[in-house]
Every structure is written in structure tokens, then in C-alpha cells.
Design a binder for this molecule. Structure first.
Ligand SMILES: *[C@@H]1O[C@H](CO)[C@@H](O)[C@H](O)[C@H]1NC(C)=O
Ligand SMILES: *[C@@H]1O[C@H](CO)[C@@H](O)[C@H](O)[C@H]1NC(C)=O
Ligand SMILES: *[C@@H]1O[C@H](CO)[C@@H](O)[C@H](O)[C@H]1NC(C)=O
Ligand SMILES: *[C@@H]1O[C@H](CO)[C@@H](O)[C@H](O)[C@H]1NC(C)=O
Ligand SMILES: *[C@@H]1O[C@H](CO)[C@@H](O)[C@H](O)[C@H]1NC(C)=O
Ligand SMILES: *[C@@H]1O[C@H](CO)[C@@H](O)[C@H](O)[C@H]1NC(C)=O
Ligand SMILES: *[C@@H]1O[C@H](CO)[C@@H](O)[C@H](O)[C@H]1NC(C)=O
Length: 628
């Protein structure tokens, strides 16, 4: 792939110069959970997260996932691209999975390659992407200097821990809980990374608090059982809402019945299980901070805490799950502690997962002019160093007021009690979040062609869909024409048009759908300007409606016409075609028996790597489906 060479060379040169100039580039540790919420209050019950990261760092309350689903969210984050550009849009074939990431050759051009090119060690422990399995483990993700990854289907079995180190034969850690295994391994890697001496990047990614296989609640370490006794999920404004509030929802959501007492009890039990299992993540934070401190590198390390996507438990009547465009599923935890990051403040600066790679590259000292051309996000480092600055929205050039969130396929209902099929189809949508200083909106167009618009300042729980019906206020009508144009631009944006979609929406005839490079020459640079009534005719006559031909489970170009520009790139020049790609599978495997009793007692709080390894057993050829 020609672009790879083009990419790594300048990075390597930049890094070489830097390594000599500055031996003390900061380390980066990214603690990345799975399905953790911001809005259900899980972080309130993590005392170490509060004490070590929030009180000593900044919490960013307007951080968003680009897709509210594990695998697409992770691919978007790791490539620094919107999901329409990675085309990893689901957790299984044909929309996505690890194999698709490999076949598309996205595996050859993403974050770890860039960090290693900049002179960093780059490591990953825990859950990588759905579809890293007994059939695909030998083909370990490229780019990292070390990986130790949970192997499917064991990824979601907290008491049956199977991991593959650098693509070697998967190992079963008998008698331990996943969170103890990952904690001990992470601490060991920090020792080794410090010994190695290069600046480093390390992802620590437990599958916590994801549900276990099927519909089982997550199992906490036994020492944390009962940690959440008596708690129940908060009955927020959009929790099990009224018939009227449900009727204005799009697609399958408007059909949801009110939750009865058994569905509610289950959601509360689920909430308690999530809080209890997250106590093991709090211990990871505690030990990582302590280890960095003992090694004398705590002050020169950025510790970032986030999750792939959020979660709902009863919001909008859906008992459990993710996949929706609403705040619970897309507005993510983000806490940053590190050099020059203000301690103990909350910041409203908007950002999204695809902003992490440019941010990490800037931390690594890579010249922004030499960033990989595939990046759709922007570095947040100056904001992390100045978290209390205002959200500047006009002109937009230096902010992220407009956040693009997408989804393809069905939504899983992760509660066995709600009388619905597990996978609700017709859940493809394109969403815009406008996150401004004065105004904020959620705007979505669904594959059923239904439209949603919430004024999230006046209506933070996203209940009053003002796009529904024909009697909108004049301001709403005018706003809808602007948001339709913006969504038309963001749904196939790339690079600078993701950072600033107004570039495609200039009123001068000759500029329409063209990229205007010179930001200073833009006529319309923000929503406030666009709302001027002198542009009413422009916005209500120049742009076709965003539409879908039908609800499909993958990103089909023709199904999603029209586009702006008419023939979209959709990231295709940075990946290989994946039509009819095949996901390998194993058959006739011997069982791998999980722990006889749940693990994670107080006696395992401080286990060493030697103890862990003394109980490590390689999977047999039979267990790997390789016998006979
Ligand atoms: C932190 O700020 C100081 C003072 O401005 C500067 O010298 C230093 O390079 C900064 N460190 C990082 C990692 O940004
Ligand atoms: C609640 O609804 C579920 C699904 O329809 C049903 O199985 C259950 O029996 C109901 N529980 C009560 C208490 O009505
Ligand atoms: C478009 O905007 C003009 C004002 O410039 C207004 O007169 C007209 O009714 C609008 N048309 C639609 C379809 O909204
Ligand atoms: C959505 O609208 C477009 C354009 O009007 C139309 O062609 C398409 O059939 C509609 N799709 C659905 C799912 O109704
Ligand atoms: C899904 O959307 C299609 C239109 O694309 C519609 O005909 C169908 O009834 C919808 N199904 C459900 C379950 O909502
Ligand atoms: C996305 O992936 C699917 C499945 O491989 C493929 O059919 C589709 O053409 C791809 N879309 C784009 C825009 O590349
Ligand atoms: C674990 O080790 C710490 C010291 O690092 C100690 O304070 C704590 O009591 C130990 N906990 C257990 C359960 O052994």
C-alpha cells in the first residue's frame, strides 16, 4: 500500500529529530472500559477514579462516541476516522468485526503504527475488537510492540479468562477473574516499559462492565459482591417515559411498551452488577497510579479514562443496551490527568473519540503538518491544557461544535425480560450533535426517513421531538433546513470537512459542495451566522433531504444517496474493498471450563504475575478447534 510509506517516513524523520531534542516526551496510559455510562452515574461509585483522576485532572462532559457500539467505535477511535470512512459499522459480518479490519488493510495504518513511527513503544492489553477469536488470534493486530488480548468467545466471561499474547497460543488463567488478570498484566507491562526506556503508550481495556454471554449480568470479583447493595438506577427524566413521550420517537422505539415491575427490577439488578464489577477497574486505576508514582513517572504521564460507548437502563423504555443516538449511549466518560492538565475541574469543551489519535500524536511531539492524512479529528491537547476555555463556535475553525454520530444495523435489547426480539432492526441513523456555548441540539435522520430534533439545553433528556408533526415554530423550520444541510455534509465528510463541514455549505454558487481551503474567506462559519434570515432561501432550496432508500445492516453507497459532494470518498482510498469477505470460525471445539467458583476474593487483590502464571494453561488443539 503506497500511502503507508508516504505516511510513516515523515513521522519517522520527525520523531528522530525529536528523540534527540527531547528525551522526556510524556507517556500515555489509556484506560478504556466497555459499555460504561456517563449518565447513569457509574463514575459516582468509583472512589479511586474520583480521587486520583477527577480531583487531579479534568473531566470533559461533552465527549462523544462516533458510534454507540463496541467494534465500530473502537475502529473509529483507532483510525481517527468517522465510521463512514472506516466502514467498520457493526460487531459481526458483513458490517464489521476484526476480520474486516484486517481484510480492509486498516490493520496496517492506524494509531500504533503512527506512535511507533514517532519513537514510542505502543502496547495493548484486554479487549481489542469483536471477532478476535480462536480462529483469528494468530493474526494479531499489527503495529503494536506488544499485545495481550482477550479472545472471543471468552471476552465476555469474567470467570473464564483466555488471552493471547502477541498472537501466540491462547492461555487460560484458571481460578482468576478477568479484572485481576488484566490488572496484574498491566502493572507488569509498565515495569517492562519503564525498563525499556522509550516513551510509551499503553491501552488497558477490560471488557467491564459489558454483560456476560447471552443476557447474564456481569459478575464482579467476589470481594466486591454486594458493593452496590440497595442502589437502583436513577429515575431520570427520560426513564420509562409516558406514552406521549414515546409516541414521538422514531422507528421501533415508538412501539416500546412501558416497563413493568419485573423489567424494572431486572434493570436495577443490572445497575448494581455494573457498579460492583467496576470496582475492579477502580483497583486498576489505584495500582496504575501507584506504580507510576513509584517509578517516578506519574507527573510525565497522561492517564486518560474513557469507554467505547455508553449505556441505557430503562431510558426511553429500553430496559438495557446501547446503539441509540441519545445522551446515555453516546455522551462518554472522559477524564484526563497529566502534565499541565488542570486539576479538579469539569470542562464543556466538545470532543469525540476520533480526536484521540491526533491528540496522542501531538503529545508524542509529531508536527501537526505531518499528521497522517486519513485523520478526521483534531488534536485536543491545547484544550486539555486549557479546559476552562469557552466553546468558540463562530468561527468554527478551532472547535468541535459539530459532532457526527452514526449507526448501521440493529439495536440489541440486553434484557431477557422485555418482550421483544434481541435484535431490533431498523436502527440505522445519522446524527448530528451541536454542542455550543449557548445552544445545543440533537438532530437525527433515521433509515425510515423519520427526523428527530431536540433542543438539548431546554430538553436535556431528549424527549420533546420538535421535528415531529407539521406545526413547527418558524425558528424550528428554519433550523431544520440548516441541520439537514449540515448532516448532508457530515455523513460523508473526510479530513477537513469533518472538522469544519461549513466549508461545503457556502452560499456562493460556485463554491457549493466544493472544499474551501482558505478558512478566512468563508462566508458562513457557524450555525449562528447560518441562521440569518438572508440565507433562508439558500438553505431551503439548495440541498436535497438526507434520506435512506431502506433500512440496511451495512453501509451501501446507493442506499444512502444523496451525498455532498455527489460522489463521496467514504474513506475508500485508505482501505481495501471488503465485499463478501469471509470470517473464519472454529468448529467442534472442546469446552474450556471456567472457574468452578467465582474468583476475585480478597486474597487475590495483590496477586503477583508469578502467581498468575503458575495457573496459566495453554488451550489444547481440541479447545482451539485444531484437533484432527
Ligand atoms: C507544561 O507547561 C510548561 C510551562 O508552560 C512547559 O514548559 C512544559 O513543556 C509543558 N509540558 C507539557 C508536557 O506540555
Ligand atoms: C412484565 O413483562 C414481561 C414481558 O412482557 C413479562 O414476561 C412479565 O411477566 C411481566 N411482569 C409482570 C410483573 O407483569
Ligand atoms: C424558503 O424560505 C423563504 C424565505 O426566504 C420562504 O418564503 C419560503 O416559504 C421557504 N420555503 C420553504 C419550503 O420552507
Ligand atoms: C426516503 O425518502 C426517499 C426520498 O424521498 C425515498 O426515495 C425513499 O423511498 C424513502 N425511504 C423510506 C425507507 O421510506
Ligand atoms: C422497517 O422499515 C421499513 C421501511 O424501510 C418498514 O417497512 C418496516 O415496517 C420497518 N420494520 C419495523 C420492525 O419497524
Ligand atoms: C462497506 O462494507 C460492506 C461489507 O463488506 C460493503 O458491501 C460495502 O460496499 C462497503 N461500503 C463502502 C462505502 O465501502
Ligand atoms: C494489598 O497491598 C496493599 C499495599 O500495596 C495493602 O495496603 C493492602 O492491604 C493489600 N490488600 C490485601 C487485600 O492484601
Amino acid at each position: 500500500m503506497g500511502f503507508l510509506k508516504y505516511l510513516l517516513l515523515p513521522l519517522a524523520i520527525a520523531a528522530h529529530g525529536l528523540a534527540q531534542a527531547n528525551e522526556k516526551r510524556p507517556n500515555i496510559i489509556f484506560i478504556f472500559t466497555d459499555d460504561q455510562d456517563l449518565h447513569l452515574g457509574s463514575m459516582d461509585h468509583m472512589p479511586i477514579l474520583q480521587k486520583e483522576l477527577m480531583a487531579k485532572g479534568t473531566e470533559f462532559t461533552n465527549h462523544y462516541a462516533t458510534v454507540a457500539l463496541c467494534c465500530p467505535s473502537r475502529a473509529s477511535l483507532l483510525r481517527g476516522q468517522a465510521a463512514h470512512n472506516t466502514n467498520i459499522t457493526d460487531v459481526t459480518s458483513p458490517g464489521g468485526n476484526y476480520q474486516k479490519f484486517v481484510v480492509a488493510k486498516e490493520n496496517e495504518d492506524y494509531l500504533p503504527h503512527w506512535l511507533v513511527g514517532a519513537g514510542y513503544n505502543a502496547e495493548y492489553i484486554g479487549k481489542f475488537m469483536n471477532g478476535y477469536t480462536r480462529a483469528t488470534y494468530t493474526n494479531a493486530p499489527k503495529g503494536w510492540t506488544h499485545t495481550d488480548l482477550l479472545v472471543d468467545p471468552f471476552t465476555y466471561q469474567y470467570n473464564n479468562v483466555v488471552m493471547s499474547e502477541n498472537g501466540q497460543t491462547p492461555v487460560h488463567y484458571t481460578g482468576f477473574h478477568q479484572l485481576d488478570v488484566i490488572r496484574v498484566k498491566a502493572l507488569d507491562r509498565i515495569d517492562k516499559l519503564v525498563d525499556d526506556g522509550k516513551p510509551f503508550y499503553l491501552t488497558i481495556a477490560p471488557s467491564t462492565p459489558h454483560i456476560e454471554d447471552g443476557h447474564k449480568l456481569p459478575t464482579p470479583q467476589t470481594r466486591h459482591k454486594g458493593a452496590a447493595e440497595g442502589l437502583q438506577v436513577s429515575r431520570d427524566g427520560n426513564w420509562n417515559p409516558s406514552d406521549d413521550d414515546t409516541a414521538v420517537k422514531p422507528s421501533w422505539l415508538k412501539e416500546m411498551a412501558s416497563m413493568n415491575s419485573s423489567v424494572i427490577d431486572r434493570a436495577d439488578a443490572h445497575y448494581r452488577a455494573r457498579i460492583a464489577v467496576l470496582q475492579g477497574v477502580d483497583e486498576i486505576i489505584e495500582d496504575v497510579v501507584d506504580k507510576l508514582d513509584k517509578k517516578g513517572i506519574l507527573d510525565n504521564t497522561y492517564i486518560i479514562y474513557s469507554s467505547d460507548n455508553g449505556y441505557h437502563l430503562g431510558n426511553h423504555r429500553v430496559a438495557a443496551g446501547k446503539s441509540l443516538p441519545y445522551r446515555e449511549d453516546t455522551n462518554m466518560p472522559l477524564v484526563v490527568r497529566g502534565p499541565n492538565v488542570t486539576a479538579g475541574v469539569k470542562s464543556k469543551i466538545p470532543s469525540a473519540h476520533l480526536d484521540f489519535p491526533p491528540t496522542f500524536l501531538e503529545i508524542a511531539g509529531v508536527d501537526p503538518a505531518k499528521f497522517p492524512p486519513i485523520l478526521d479529528g483534531r488534536s485536543l491537547l491545547s484544550k486539555w491544557h486549557n479546559p476552562e476555555s469557552k466553546i468558540e463556535t463562530c468561527p468554527l475553525e478551532d472547535t468541535h461544535e459539530i459532532i457526527n454520530v452514526e449507526f448501521w444495523g440493529g439495536a440489541g435489547i440486553e434484557s431477557p425480560l422485555q418482550d421483544k426480539p434481541y435484535n431490533m432492526g431498523n436502527n440505522s441513523y445519522k446524527t448530528l450533535r451541536i454542542v455550543g456555548q449557548e445552544h445545543s441540539y440533537l438532530y437525527s435522520k433515521w433509515c425510515t426517513n423519520e427526523t428527530e430534533l431536540y433542543d438539548t439545553v431546554a430538553d436535556p433528556y431528549e424527549l420533546n421531538n420538535v421535528a415531529k408533526g407539521n406545526n413547527q415554530e418558524d425558528h424550528t423550520k428554519r433550523l431544520l433546513t440548516r441541520l439537514n444541510a449540515l448532516l448532508l455534509a457530515t455523513k460523508s465528510c473526510a479530513d477537513q470537512t469533518c472538522r469544519n463541514p461549513w466549508k461545503l455549505l457556502q452560499p456562493e454558487e460556485e463554491r457549493r459542495g466544493q472544499i474551501v481551503d482558505d478558512a478566512a474567506s468563508l462566508t458562513i462559519t457557524c450555525l449562528d451566522q447560518a441562521m440569518d434570515s438572508k440565507y433562508d432561501t439558500f438553505f431551503n432550496t439548495s440541498f436535497p433531504d438526507v434520506a435512506f432508500q431502506e433500512c440496511r445492516e451495512l453501509q451501501d453507497i446507493d442506499n444512502e444517496r444523496p451525498y455532498l459532494p455527489e460522489n463521496p470518498g467514504l474513506g475508500m482510498k485508505y482501505r481495501e474493498p471488503t465485499d463478501n469477505y469471509h470470517t473464519p470460525n472454529v468448529k467442534n471445539t472442546d469446552a474450556v471450563d471456567g472457574n468452578q467458583e467465582d474468583a476475585g476474593g480478597a486474597d487475590q487483590r495483590n496477586i503477583t504475575l508469578a502467581t498468575l502464571m503458575s495457573k496459566a494453561v495453554k488451550l489444547t488443539p481440541g479447545q482451539l478447534g485444531q484437533a484432527g
